[in-house]
Design a protein around this ligand. Structure first.
Ligand SMILES: Cc1cc2nc3c(=O)[nH]c(=O)nc-3n(C[C@H](O)[C@H](O)[C@H](O)COP(=O)(O)OP(=O)(O)OC[C@H]3O[C@@H](n4cnc5c(N)ncnc54)[C@H](O)[C@@H]3O)c2cc1C
Length: 605
């Protein structure tokens, strides 16, 4: 299942569903300029790593992993002579990454080993965190707070930020007010608007890392290639682009909304113009005076369409399903306002609490669709006010209960659609014929550029291709016929000593940051308990997981996501809701307050 950029959760609908087996970026590389090791390359890398291991005598492998000198007292390195920290280096392109990785692996095993000055046992970290987006930052902060210091964060890119580093399309911003879409432990008085835009959010995340000295725990340009559980030793072996690591526990904070999804379309390879996905925006391409096709009308598209419209000669918007778009209560915060917020933190706190209450109310409605009926009616009235042309209004009026697909907020989307150079085609794109885009109703338009606002592949987290369970099976294989299940979105069966953040069925209509923080609190509580009680292995009990998911799926049936009359993006290919949490945010918080050891099978080596 794919999603368009989303907020509450998972994103969205498939915008071009007609044809379609969805595909991910590797199929059409130039479209998305991926910044990560892609599937085929991943297989090659994993194979290469395996062969290398087989080739190199065990003793030498250990040598290769020894350190010449720990870089920092609290940061024992496990890999071979790590290159200088690449904090300020530009993003590494995929090809470069791959060849760098290959070189690294070869070097580590064959060239570097002889130069090792003194041998130490490979350091086994208490925890390795994979990913330095919001969740990874929250994990690092909470571990520091708890005095849990023997950890490391691996980040494949050259800077933190995840979503907010990779999505930098024009108009990109959050649609939960920033007072709530920020860490509870680090409120900011600098937001220029009630809803911050991407550059500010990214700066904020970097400032948090700086403020709490989290940077020294993060290894940039270090991509996890595979993680394998060692049942004999009760440790994880991590193969990364910089070498091999070991850890007693792993936290995967690799993100729920990362893989751009593209439809498989007839003739796509015949297109000679420019094309890119919203999450891999080509800023070098000047849209001025161009004929632009935008595919999709999800959360990202409604943010960038108003920015593209004034530049384009002609803008063709392909809409498969009309989303609910509500007015955004945004406002600029001038220097005076920022000064007041800075002097009186209570204002920010009160604002945060009020938004949380409003979202609670919305969540109640999503769980009880009847409550939403008057909202539906009002929203349709609002559409009448916003869109004068009856044909256009009909075309953009959703045909499902509000909330079934993610609620979108924008004040400039409908005005943009009503400009003379814009043509909304309320049909999906079915074919590309040279430079002509062809809609399901046969309409054809020649264009210079295609922008894919087709959302993300969300039902099968990409990390599944890299993690092997206690039976030695890669998770993607286990998940190939169905989306994953986890306990509280964090604990997966047969994946001991590991947690996923923002995993399955954890999403309520709220700030992802708040949800990630709550989950990370649960995880760190568990890590401390395991360490205190000297357990070397823990795994979610099968019956706890099964009962949880049975109840969860039963209660989801009556929510608007399942019953709202839309093909919700919360549903996987089998119609199972893999994304939403069916109960209140408070219930989620209560369950995440602490990790109950009774829910886990624990043992000592
Ligand atoms: C455009 C957009 C707008 C959004 N707006 C909102 C909003 O308004 N409100 C809201 O609540 N939510 C919103 N979201 C949801 C958003 O995804 C989450 O809020 C949040 O960014 C998730 O954080 P994360 O750290 O879990 O994952 P990510 O931000 O995806 O970070 C994951 C990190 O892991 C790294 N990584 C991945 N794989 C590897 C690997 N193999 N090795 C090493 N590193 C790896 C990545 O490089 C990345 O830095 C939005 C999402 C998008 C895409």
């Amino acid at each position: 299942m794919t999603t368009e950029t989303t907020l509450d959760t998972l994103p969205k609908e498939k915008s071009v569903e007609q044809n379609s087996t969805q595909t991910t970026v590797e199929d059409i590389k130039q479209v998305t300029q991926p910044n990560t090791v892609q599937d085929k390359q991943l297989e090659d890398k994993q194979l290469e790593a395996k062969q290398l291991k087989e080739k190199v005598p065990v003793e030498k492998q250990v040598e290769a992993k020894t350190v010449t000198k720990p870089a920092k007292a609290n940061h024992p390195k496990a890999e071979v002579q790590t290159p200088a920290k690449a904090k300020n280096k530009p993003e590494v392109k995929v090809e470069t990454q791959i060849s760098a990785q290959s070189k690294k692996l070869e070097q580590s095993a064959e060239e570097k080993a002889p130069t090792i000055q003194h041998k130490e046992a490979v350091h086994i970290y208490d925890t390795i965190v994979v990913g330095a987006g919001i969740s990874g930052i929250a994990a690092a902060y909470k571990m520091n707070q708890a005095g849990y210091n023997d950890y490391l964060v691996l980040e494949k890119a050259s800077r933190v930020g995840g979503t907010w580093r990779d999505n930098n399309y024009p108009g990109c911003g959050c649609d939960v007010p920033s007072a709530l879409y920020s860490f509870s432990f680090s409120p900011s008085h600098k937001w220029s608007h009630l809803f911050a835009k991407q550059p500010e959010i990214l700066s904020y995340l970097e400032e948090v890392v700086e403020k709490y000295d989290l940077g020294e725990k993060i290894e940039f340009n270090n991509e996890l290639i595979s993680a394998k559980w060692d049942e004999a030793q009760h440790i994880w072996h991590l193969e990364t682009s910089k070498g091999q690591y070991q850890a007693k526990t792993v936290i995967f904070t690799t993100g729920p909304i990362t893989e751009p999804a593209l439809p498989k379309l007839k003739g796509i390879e015949s297109f000679k113009g420019e094309m890119f996905h919203s999450a891999r925006w080509n800023h070098d391409y000047d849209l001025t005076g161009k004929r632009v096709a935008v595919i999709g009308t999800g959360a990202s598209a409604i943010q960038f369409i108003p920015q593209v419209q004034p530049l384009a000669k002609q803008l063709i918007v392909f809409q498969r399903t009309a989303p609910w778009v509500l007015p955004k209560a945004d406002m600029e915060l001038n220097e005076t306002a920022k000064g007041v917020i800075s002097r009186f933190p209570i204002i920010q706190q009160t604002w945060r609490n009020s938004i949380a209450q409003i979202l609670n109310g919305i969540n109640f409605g999503l769980r009880n669709p009847k409550v939403l009926e008057p909202v539906n009616f009002l929203s349709k009235q609002l559409l009448k006010l916003q869109i004068k042309d009856e044909t256009l209004r009909k075309a953009v009026t959703p045909n499902f209960t509000i909330g079934c697909k993610r609620l979108l907020f924008a004040n400039n989307y409908y005005p943009a659609l009503q400009q003379d150079n814009v043509n909304l085609i309320a049909h999906g794109l079915v074919e590309i014929d040279g430079n002509t885009v062809v809609a399901a109703n046969g309409e054809r338009h020649e264009v210079d550029v295609i922008i894919w606002g087709t959302g993300f592949e969300v039902s099968h987290p990409p990390i599944g291709k890299r993690v092997y369970d206690s039976n030695g099976q890669v998770l993607a294989e286990r998940w190939k016929n169905s989306s994953p299940e986890a306990y509280l979105g964090a604990s997966i069966e047969h994946v001991p000593n590991a947690f996923l953040v923002l995993g399955p069925n954890i999403l309520v209509y709220d700030s992802f940051i708040g949800i990630a923080e709550a989950q990370v609190g649960y995880i760190v509580d568990g890590l401390l308990k395991m360490r205190e009680q000297k357990f070397t292995r823990f795994e979610i009990k099968a019956d706890v997981l099964a009962q949880h998911n049975k109840r969860l799926q039963k209660d989801l049936k009556t929510t608007v996501f399942n019953a709202g009359g839309c093909k919700s993006y919360y549903l996987d290919e089998n119609g199972r809701n893999f994304a939403a949490w069916p109960w209140s945010l408070q219930q989620l918080r209560n369950q995440l307050k602490q990790l109950d050891l009774n829910h886990y099978s624990v043992s000592k080596k």
